[in-house]
Write a protein that binds this ligand. Structure first.
Ligand SMILES: Cc1ncc(COP(=O)(O)O)c(C=O)c1O
Length: 421
């Protein structure tokens, strides 16, 4: 079945192609009325013309699944991106089981994707189990928005399988378990396959939702490990150039896909065609960018770990990370995000962020250029101090998003700034 949201469309032709080939070619002509343009066209329109009343009625009634009515319900540019992501997240599971429907829906932001998915999965009186370190807006959504509609949230350390098992028994009314891996900003890694197995054994009514923003489908594909839904902020690596705020949700479960679409079209968290076009453009170079982000980040992490002024480095690629072995098993590489604490705590961290060259002081991450920010006063400022510190986000924590610059320049900038702290 194919409809204007790009559902269940993994092009067979590309199934056996490598990831980089699929980034370039998969989806490129899906949903495009004709293929005269080399790159997918931008359908910057809010509404679509029907040739007659019958055609309009068929599109609205779902009898004409390839037709478009109104951009909130579907748009050819958006559909192209959704079809490409179906291939990137779902080609392997589709090869294992051709009957599976892989469906992606694109959103106006990562939070648009997360809130829509959670509203699709849980109703009044239900519980959602969250990993206890999350991007702060996800945590805020749980504790300040969803709770007002009677959806309860509880936190669990998803890196501890015993704790996950206990929570699954303790909350029989849970309908979703939401885990970020690696986490923002502490780079903790959770075992997706083991959590999925526990859910299936204890309470299969729970959908496992994985926020894959830090890893991207190039480094980690949660559906292959048994996750039910994978969400992304495309604002980060997937777009990759800091030009768009966007999101994605992919599932191989038809009923979940339908619920997500129902909420999406009513809530209206759909992306603009132009933004979607930019995200698709970014995706074409994802593998090359990620390889460089990862190799640069590894060099920076090793440099920081060996520096006398650095107290602690959080990066799953380091052998000293408690998550190193799991990350090696679950991810293709370790990503471009690093957090660190300097020996002088907050004062030294501030000096570093205020004086460093090449790294731009700004929130967000995953752009081609390097960024630096202070989680306690910026991205995670909305988390109450006590809770923030308990989860390990100290006032002195500095988060670096390592770009694709020449690594010697990044190391020189760090060397220079650390002399000043
Ligand atoms: C891990 C993670 N998930 C979700 C989001 C939210 O994405 P957006 O800002 O696109 O809404 C972010 C934003 O930083 C994030 O880091």
């Amino acid at each position: 079945m194919e409809d204007s949201r790009g559902s269940d469309f993994v092009e067979k032709f590309y199934l056996n192609c490598g990831f980089a080939t699929r980034c370039l070619h998969a989806g490129e002509h899906v949903g495009q009325p004709q293929s005269a343009t080399h790159t997918g066209a931008i359908y910057q329109t809010s509404t679509f013309v029907f040739k007659d009343v019958q055609e309009g009625a068929d599109v609205f009634a779902g009898r004409n699944k390839a037709g478009y009515s109104y951009t909130r319900m579907g748009n050819p540019t958006v559909k192209l991106l959704e079809a490409k992501v179906n291939s990137l997240e779902g080609a392997e599971i589709k090869k294992r089981n051709p009957e599976i429907c892989v469906s992606t829906q694109a959103f106006s932001s990562g939070m648009g994707a997360i809130s829509t998915v959670l509203m699709a999965l849980a109703s009044q009186g239900d519980t959602i189990i969250f990993g206890n370190v999350l991007y702060a807006a996800t945590e805020h959504l749980a504790n300040n928005v969803l709770n007002r509609f009677g959806i309860h949230s509880v936190g669990v350390d998803t890196t501890d399988l015993k704790a996950v098992e206990a929570a699954l028994h303790q909350y029989p009314k849970a309908r979703a378990l939401f885990v970020e891996t690696p986490t923002n900003p502490l780079l903790a890694v959770s075992d997706i396959a083991s959590i999925s197995r526990l859910i299936k054994a204890i309470n299969p009514k729970i959908a496992l939702v994985v926020d894959n923003t830090f890893a991207t489908p190039y480094l980690q594909r949660p559906l292959e490990f048994g996750a039910d839904v994978v969400v992304h902020s495309t604002t980060k690596y997937i777009c990759g150039h800091g030009t768009v705020v966007g999101g994605l949700a992919t599932t191989a479960n038809d009923a979940i896909k339908d619920s997500i679409y129902t909420v999406l079209k009513d809530v209206g968290a759909n992306p603009s065609p132009f933004d979607t076009w930019l995200v698709n453009l970014g995706l074409k170079t994802l593998p090359m960018r990620m390889d460089k982000h990862c190799s640069n980040a590894m060099q920076v992490a090793r440099f920081l770990e060996n520096h006398s002024k650095v107290a602690k480095v959080y990066y799953p690629g380091l052998e000293s990370s408690p998550y190193h072995q799991l990350a090696k098993k679950q991810m293709k590489d370790f990503g471009g995000m690093i957090s660190c604490e300097l020996k002088g705590g907050l004062d030294s961290g501030k000096k570093m962020m205020d004086n460093i060259h090449l790294f731009t002081l700004a929130v967000s991450l995953g752009s081609v250029d390097s960024l630096i920010q202070h989680p306690a006063s910026m991205t995670h400022a909305s988390v109450p101090k006590e809770k923030r510190e308990k989860s390990g986000i100290s006032d002195g924590l500095v988060r670096l998003s390592i770009g694709v610059e020449d690594p010697q320049d990044l190391l020189a900038a760090l060397e220079e700034v650390l002399k000043k702290v």
